[in-house]
Design a protein around this ligand. Structure first.
Ligand SMILES: *Cc1c(COP(=O)(O)O)cnc(C)c1O
Length: 521
């Protein structure tokens, strides 16, 4: 039997017409567990018992089969191991996804997060029994305030976007407390991450886009012109999503404050400036920190995020519950506010992503203050190295200043080749690389945003540069098959990603003849 890749299928999978090839380095397709399994198989042997359990279920005993696949232990084991081999990950290779900061997750972090005293505690334990865990949250929070130059932090948000919501809710609450709830506009630069306008809109704000200047930075005059008594705040990313430090950020902060509005800073790009610049000194009022980007905790398929938010003194009273407070020798999670205290209530059940706190604090303690700064400087150096070695063949749209931790190219150099940014990205997969971030930010055509992070070696960068130069040369030479048909070596060929995202098929439907046989039995 041949599968859709023209490879022989594995005869082991007798129940399926899709199979796993053997003897090939790549595994073209892995059937579903339902297709591998057989209802009459089981991975466990339970001893026969005389007890009639069904009698205890009263009328609630199941009348129809449960329809779970029956699998032996090796079958299920192999299924998951094969699936894991279809994944590309930061542990498998270079992952230059801009804005997402896919840096190495040090194994020390994992080891610490798995210590039984941390891994085995429960969020409902009495606080007196988890003083160490609360203290760890407090210490991480102190680091975040120190690094950002702010005086308050909310640890609970569970991702960057959740942190944005937390910060913007604090801004909204602060305006309401001042009788300023008519402020209904939030300014968002055109280069912003989609979560920024989404957050503002979600909280009922009207989003007003601010154009970028020729050099890719925010137009300070446009900000000033847009500010009036109806503006609640600005959401600005710094370094911005073009990989550039906003040179007028202090002037922008001053203008925003003068207009009675607040400055929300998207801190997802903190990796470039941690230990070097304190955003609090630039005048920000709220900023989320993606622990999963900046401080190396796994993300994407690797684990949940965590998006603590630091707050200025003006917004600190509006932090959500719970918050950590030192009380004498002890630490406490304050879950109920004092009489008359302003607060947002809770943003999530429990207290936040404990496992990510442990990993982020481990990263900080193992680097130290000097190491954190070095990591930021190395991230910037690596991105500028890629820029220097690729900018003669890939067009840099904004070349006025060195880039920060990521370098932005556009598709100008591909013009006339018949190869698009998407085709190039797919060809990178065949070369063993995860593609860079594509078509974001939206302000440049066919964007390619490349973030090497500090954890890549010169050797890896040179290899990548070689591949990228070779791909561009091949595109220019007219060898477009390699691009438009890519990926050719990946487990799956080119997919309809829009359809996959918009109408995913998430349920397994039993093939009709099986269902019919069963009904007849
Ligand atoms: C990743 C990112 C976010 C959102 O963070 P999540 O943790 O994915 O919700 C927001 N803004 C920027 C610039 C980002 O890169």
């Amino acid at each position: 039997m041949l599968n859709n890749q023209g490879r022989p299928t594995n005869v082991d999978n007798v129940n399926s017409n899709v199979g796993t090839s053997t003897g090939a380095a790549l595994l073209p397709s892995e059937p579903l567990l339902f297709e591998v399994g057989d209802k009459n198989k089981s991975g466990v042997d339970l001893p026969q018992t005389d007890t009639d359990f069904s009698s205890r279920l009263g009328g609630f005993a199941r009348q129809t089969p449960i329809n779970l696949p029956g699998l032996t232990e090796p079958q299920s084991m192999r299924h998951y191991v094969r699936m894991s081999r279809l994944n590309y990950s930061i542990d498998a290779g270079f992952y230059p996804l801009g804005s997402c900061t896919m840096k190495h997750n040090p194994r020390l972090n994992e080891k610490m997060a798995r210590l039984p005293g941390i891994a085995d505690i429960h969020p409902l334990q009495p606080q007196s029994t988890v003083q160490g865990a609360i203290e760890l949250m407090e210490e991480l929070g102190r680091w975040l305030m120190e690094l950002t130059g702010t005086g308050a932090v909310s640890m609970t948000p569970k991702a960057g976007a959740h942190g944005e919501m937390c910060g913007m809710m604090a801004i909204k609450a602060a305006h309401e407390a001042k009788g300023q709830s008519h402020r209904k506009i939030v300014l968002v630069p055109e280069s912003a991450h989609g979560t920024n306008p989404a957050t503002a809109a979600f909280l009922g704000y009207k989003v007003k886009p601010i154009p970028a200047r020729e050099d890719g930075t925010v137009d300070v005059q446009a900000v000033k012109d847009a500010l009036d008594e109806n503006v609640a705040g600005i959401m600005l990313t710094n370094p911005n999503t073009c990989g550039l430090f906003e040179p007028d950020v202090i002037e922008i902060a001053d203008a925003v404050h003068e207009a009675g509005a607040y400055f929300y800073c998207d801190g997802a790009n903190f990796n470039a400036i941690m230990g070097v610049v304190r955003p609090g000194d630039l005048g920000i009022d709220a900023m989320h920190i993606n622990l999963h980007k900046t401080f190396s905790t796994p993300h994407g398929g690797g684990g949940p995020g965590a998006g603590p938010v630091v707050l200025s003194d003006a917004l600190a009273p509006y932090a959500p519950l719970p918050y950590v407070k030192r009380v004498g020798d002890a630490v406490a999670l304050i879950e109920n506010p004092k009489e008359g205290e302003e607060h947002l209530g809770r943003l999530s059940a429990f207290h936040g992503q404990m496992g990510m706190y442990v990993r982020a604090l481990t990263f900080k303690l193992s680097h130290g203050a000097d190491g954190i700064e070095q990591a930021a400087r190395d991230a910037v150096l690596n991105a500028n190295y890629l820029k220097a070695k690729l900018s003669d063949v890939y067009n840099v749209p904004y070349d006025g200043q060195p880039c920060m931790h990521e370098v932005l190219f556009d598709d100008k150099s591909l013009k006339g080749t018949g190869v698009s940014t998407l085709d190039l990205a797919k060809a990178m997969i065949d070369e063993g690389y995860h593609p860079m971030t594509m078509y974001f930010p939206l302000v440049v055509h066919g964007a390619m945003l490349i973030e090497p992070t500090e954890s890549e070696s010169l050797h890896t960068l040179d290899q990548f540069i070689g591949t990228m130069r070779e791909l561009m040369a091949d595109a220019k030479a007219g060898n477009i098959d390699r691009f438009v048909n890519a990926p050719m070596k990946a487990p799956m060929r080119r997919l309809d990603e829009t359809a996959a995202a918009r109408s995913p098929h998430l349920r397994w439907d039993e093939p009709e003849d099986d269902a019919a046989t069963e009904a007849a039995e």
